[in-house]
Design a protein around this ligand. Structure first.
Ligand code: SF4
Length: 708
């Protein structure tokens, strides 16, 4: 999309895609972005991947929404051509669309819910509000200020904690385990610390595709002498840099990780001083992992016992080591257990709180860390204060002037179940696309279509917006200013580059207009004022002001510290809690009817549900079609040539796509990206949930393949 026009001006902002949070300078000419260059940001040091460098033109795509839309009376809720929304919708003014959106939400509010604005007191404490028929899904692509206002709208306007976002499909299990284990859900050290690590473990992640600039830091560290261990069922580009690449059997994570812990305990490789001074629960953990000897676990996880011993010794004996992980750890019915094991590995060896060491769940979207911090989750208020803890809830009640529900709300997948059961009747979805990202899409789409009222705020007619009653056209990343928190906890300033086209409006304006139509009487004069309110309520933002963000471009939270927990953890006793994990098997395994395991994920050129990158000219040309990636021997067994047609079926649905042979995949394992609407991989995935974090098991679904 590069233009021949000479840039007229440039704007310092951020990449809108992954959690690495690369800083970008956008060049503008003729009212459009004509180029993007990496700036010397803390997380990218002038580097950009292909998405950051070329994926800036999606806002000009012919599918861009520029006028509010209201569903025509009687128009069926079904997939439609995003280029022709007027087959099912009619154009509306903003006033009409917002009034319509608010009226539909108000209809579903429980008439007997307490509406009093009286603040709760000791004599009249907060009481359980009735189950709400409303819910909101916010966005990890929005700014911190948008996330904060969205959850505040749901909590104070809808009067419910039914508010969530894509963290539920991403790192919810990592966050649950980290909060339980070390009292903090964020990373303990930034990606850049790999430069100081003696050993780097990448597990359940494919940074070369999903966090490419982070991968470049890892490769640089290896070139300078670090030892890299990659642990993942699929092969990947980083394997070339690794001394060990453990392609274990999908879903046997706990068996493998407990075997590593077994070696460390049995061979006396623990950092005894660290364990004694900084942790609790060692005796129970040590006893628990005795049942996981490498020789016993080798046939379970498919990794030789001697390799398990080698890796355990390498990790434990290193002076410094980092563990970086992704969805391959978190998207399981045992996702929380997987993360518990990783925390235990780091703690047993003292690999936290010092240079080159730490735990780093690689966050997916550009602001999933910030959206979670801002309270866009159903069980926690901003800064991870549990809704059920009276002291914290009362503080927000005092600040917001309204009684809050003390009960956790519904998570993403639970919302779909509640909608289909008729318990949830209206939703407000901002910048998320559950009709592509949720597991078991037939069910999720039926649930969304069954709602009495669905309000969708987005930039395109996404698969979710196609099912809406009213669609509110929003600004893209480059059309607004806001703060965004990257995977390293670095809060950075995204600056407006362009004005929204046509009638499209910035998300902050839309949220506030809707809030006021629900009686909230908000008068925020832009993101600066919202951030100021957040800073008064969120200790993690102490010392960070809008002026500082504007002047410095980015500040690490909390208190500017890149490496956390050098002497205590933010737990009640200051110590990390070691928690045992007993490998729950994946909900599905192969059988005669479904002999392959499907694992889903992302590809370098496309981001999440593809709504932006598939409308970016260069990125779509680089990776235009859906592919089912299969081991070449499996493909030959099916009688299908590389590039031939395949039909893939699970117990929940079927799709067709081109076959792609990949010798790095072990036999029996199939991979597919979930960004292609015409062959949506999530039609097949399993909605079974991790019992703690309620994250679905997107990484293991039993499927069968047929030649077309
Ligand atoms: Fe953007 Fe992530 Fe690529 Fe950086 S690594 S340019 S943040 S997509």
């Amino acid at each position: 999309p590069k233009s021949n026009q000479a840039p007229e001006r440039s704007v310092e902002s951020l990449c809108p895609y992954c959690g690495v949070g690369c800083q970008v300078t956008y060049q503008v000419a003729g009212g459009i972005i004509v180029g993007a260059e990496g700036r010397d940001g803390i997380a990218n040091e002038q580097r950009l991947c292909v998405k950051g460098r070329f994926g800036f033109d999606y806002g000009r795509h012919r599918h861009r929404l520029t006028t509010p839309l209201i569903r025509k009376t009687g128009a069926p809720k079904e997939p439609l051509d995003p280029a022709n929304p007027l087959t099912h919708f009619r154009e509306a003014s903003w006033d009409e669309a917002l009034d319509f959106a608010a009226a539909g939400l108000r209809r579903q509010m429980n008439s007997d819910e307490p509406r009093s604005e009286a603040r709760p007191t000791a004599a009249a404490p907060a009481r359980r509000l009735r189950d709400s028929k409303l819910a909101g899904l916010g966005s990890a692509k929005g700014s911190n200020e948008e996330a904060y206002l969205f959850q505040k709208l749901v909590r104070t306007g809808f009067r419910t904690n039914n508010v969530d976002h894509c963290t539920r499909l991403c790192h919810a299990s990592s966050v649950a385990a980290l909060l339980e284990g070390i009292g903090s859900g964020a990373v303990t050290a930034p990606v850049a610390e790999v430069a100081n690590a003696e050993v780097i473990v990448v597990i359940g992640a494919n940074p070369s595709a999903n966090h490419p600039v982070a991968a470049s830091f890892i490769k640089n560290a290896v070139r300078k002498g670090a030892t890299l261990v990659v642990i993942d069922p699929r092969g990947q580009a980083l394997d070339r840099f690794a001394t060990h690449s453990l392609r274990f059997k999908s879903g046997t994570d706990v068996a493998l990780l407990n075997a590593l812990l077994h070696v460390i305990v049995a061979e006396g490789l623990t950092d005894t001083d660290f364990v004694a001074a900084r942790t609790t629960g060692f005796e129970q953990l040590a006893e628990h992992v005795m049942a996981y000897a490498p020789e016993v676990m080798a046939p379970v996880c498919g990794i030789a016992a001697e390799t398990i011993r080698d890796v355990a010794r390498l990790f434990a004996k290193a002076r410094s080591a980092m563990i970086l992980w992704g969805m391959g750890i978190s998207q399981h019915s045992h996702g929380t257990d997987n993360s518990r094991c990783l925390i235990a590995l780091a703690m047993l060896c003292g690999h936290v709180g010092k240079p080159g060491s730490g735990l780093h769940p690689l966050r997916g979207q550009n602001n999933v860390q910030g959206a979670s911090d801002a309270g866009l989750i159903p069980m926690m208020l901003p800064d991870y204060k549990r809704v059920g803890e009276d002291e914290h809830r009362h503080r927000f009640e005092q600040a917001w002037g309204v009684e809050l529900d003390p009960n956790p709300g519904l998570t993403v997948v639970e919302m779909m179940h509640a909608a289909q059961a008729g318990r949830l009747r209206a939703m407000y979805v901002m910048g998320e696309n559950p009709a592509m990202s949720d597991p078991d899409l037939s069910h999720a789409r039926e649930a969304l279509a069954s709602l009495d009222h669905l309000v969708v705020q987005d930039i395109f007619l996404t698969e979710t917006a196609m099912l809406a009653d009213v669609v509110l056209p929003a600004g893209i990343f480059a059309e607004k200013t806001g703060s965004f928190t990257n995977t390293d906890r670095h809060v950075q300033m995204g600056r407006q580059v362009l004005d929204p086209p046509g009638q499209a409006r910035q998300d902050l304006w839309i949220i506030q207009e809707l809030a006021n139509r629900l009686g909230l009487d908000w008068h925020y004069d832009g993101p600066r004022e919202v951030f100021a309110e957040m800073a008064t309520l969120m200790p993690s933002l102490a010392g960070i002001t809008w002026d500082r963000l504007e002047a410095e471009g980015g500040i690490t939270t909390p208190a500017g510290k890149a490496i956390l927990f050098d002497d205590r953890f933010p737990t009640a006793d200051g110590k990390a809690r070691l928690v045992t994990a007993s490998g729950i098997a994946p909900a599905e395994s192969v059988d005669a009817d479904y002999p392959f395991i499907l694992t889903t994920g992302r590809v370098l050129e496309h981001w999440h549900t593809g709504s932006m990158t598939r409308r970016s000219q260069v990125l779509d040309q680089l990776r235009p079609q859906a592919e089912i990636t299969v081991n070449p021997d499996d493909l030959a067994g099916l009688g299908v040539a590389d590039g031939g047609g395949l039909r893939m079926e699970s117990r929940r649905g079927a799709i067709t796509a081109a076959a792609k042979a990949d010798p790095r995949l072990p036999r029996g394992l199939v991979f597919m990206a979930f960004c292609y609407a015409e062959a949506a991989a999530n039609m097949l995935t399993n909605p079974v949930l991790d019992p703690v974090a309620k994250i679905p098991e997107l990484k293991v679904s039993a499927v069968r393949l047929h030649a077309l």
